[in-house]
Structures are given as C-alpha cells and as structure tokens.
Design a protein around this ligand. Structure first.
Ligand SMILES: [Zn+2]
Length: 265
C-alpha cells in the first residue's frame, strides 16, 4: 500500500505502464475502511462507489422517457400502478428530446376547431419525436375537472413504502362513478381487467405510436375495436385494482413506454 500511495501522490516519474495499481492494491483500497490518501486512491474509490449509478442516471436523463415497468409482486399487486398518495415533487418531468423538429406540412388540417387534426399533424413524425412544447395541449382532459394528485415519475409507493418506484401515469382525484372521457379520437385496444394493478382499464390507440389509458375504473363503456371520438365517455371512474381510493390513473403511452401526461394535456 505504501508504495502505491507514494506513486499516486506524486507526478508520474516513471513510464505510464508501471504506474497502474495491481488488482491486489485496488482490492485493498476498496476494502479499506479509511479513505486512502492521494488523488489516485480517491479516484479509484469514487469510481468504484459511483460509476455505475451515474451511468444509469445519465442514461435515464438522456432518454427522458420513463420505462413502463409493471412488475408483479408476490401479492399480485403492481408496484407501478399503486396509487393515490400525493408526492412532494411539483416539477414537471420533461419527457422527450427537445431538439427534434416537427413537420407542419399541412397546417390547415389542424385548427382550434379540429384538435384531432392538430394532434394528427403533431404525430406525423411519430409520437416519440414530438417535443413536450409541441405536444402540450394536444390531448383533451380525461375528466371534466382535473384535480392532479400523484404525478408521473419516480416516487415512494403509497402502499408498500418502497423507494424509487416508477409511477407510470398522472393521478387525478375524482369521486367514483364520474364520467371519464377519451383524450383524443382513436380505437379502443384494451377494455377489461388489468392483471398488474390497473383494475378495470381502457386503452385507446390514437395512431402513430400514441395511446392513452384510463385505470381503476368502476365500469367500462366501450369494447375493443370500437372507434371513439375525442371527448367521448369511455368509462366511469373507480378504485379497482391496486388503488387506495377513488381516482383516475391516466397514462400517455408513446411507443409502448409511458411518458408524463402533463406534457400532452
Ligand atoms: Zn396512478
């Protein structure tokens, strides 16, 4: 150890090839309860302690897209879909790359009177390439009154208390049996019981990789394959599945991955 320390603390006076620590020395530094002195030792320790975590964090930040992970637990309750407790995280998560250009080849099709036409224009380059700024306001509210509670993103599970769970949608406080509306026109691709915590769930495909889902419903008013218009009632809100009370868990899904719905509403 003494030899390695002296080398690390002083400028390399020998050829580079002779400087690196042996595996034994690296292991000794890693094991040591006391921080080794010298820059090299500190770097080694920092690398060992933080390298992997940082990479993961950067990768997540770079994609900007949250993984739609639904992991069935031993009790059959999905961590990703357990809901309701608000989390002190007021900042909106940016959900897509911000430097992707959007084509407005036929702006006449989209207008304030034709929101689905507008959405279609946005999706011409595929949903995953639509910037949050461009996507904002393209989906209609799934409830008459939106009272946001638990936001999209990493949070502490309100039932299990586990840390760092991915909350795959935006929760809205709403009484049970309140009308739930399609956020845009499309085709119903799922209408039934979601085995991983969503309870009664409806999924509407809006085309070009964009879907929305409505969860914990008390009843479902549409069937798979049915075409719906923006604003059509598709269900009544409820608290079925992994839910701690009446609310709507609303998801926006881009290319099979959930993103922050607030970027689209
Ligand atoms: Zn939720």
């Amino acid at each position: 150890m003494q030899r390695g320390r002296r080398r690390a603390a002083s400028p390399p006076a020998q050829p580079i090839a002779s400087v690196p620590l042996t595996r034994r020395e690296v292991l000794a530094a890693e094991r040591s309860a006391i921080a080794p002195h010298g820059t090299l030792g500190a770097l080694i320790r920092a690398g060992i302690a933080h390298g992997a975590g940082q990479k993961v964090g950067i990768a997540l930040a770079a994609t900007g897209l949250a993984l739609a992970v639904t992991v069935p637990s031993a009790t059959g309750i999905s961590l990703a879909s357990v809901d309701s407790a608000p989390v002190p995280s007021p900042e909106t998560v940016v959900t897509a790359a911000s430097d992707v250009p959007i084509s407005f080849a036929a702006p006449a099709i989209g207008s304030a009177l034709n929101p689905d036409g507008q959405l279609k224009e946005k999706l011409k380059v595929e949903a995953s390439n639509v910037t949050p700024q461009a996507a904002k306001g393209t989906l209609a509210a799934p409830l008459k009154v939106l009272t946001p509670t638990s936001p999209f993103g990493s949070r502490i599970n309100p039932l299990t208390g586990s840390m760092g769970e991915m909350h795959t949608g935006q929760d809205y406080a709403v009484q049970c049996s309140t009308a739930v509306f399609a956020a845009a026109g499309g085709t119903v691709t799922f209408a039934g019981w979601h085995p991983f915590g969503g309870g009664n769930r409806v999924v509407v495909d809006h085309g070009n990789g964009l879907s929305t889902s409505y969860n914990h419903l008390s009843s479902i008013g549409v069937k798979v394959g049915q075409k719906v218009q923006r604003g059509d009632q598709v269900a009544l809100s409820g608290t079925t599945g992994a839910s701690t009370g009446c609310h709507l868990h609303f998801e926006v899904i881009v290319d099979d991955e959930t993103v922050d719905p607030l970027g689209w509403l």
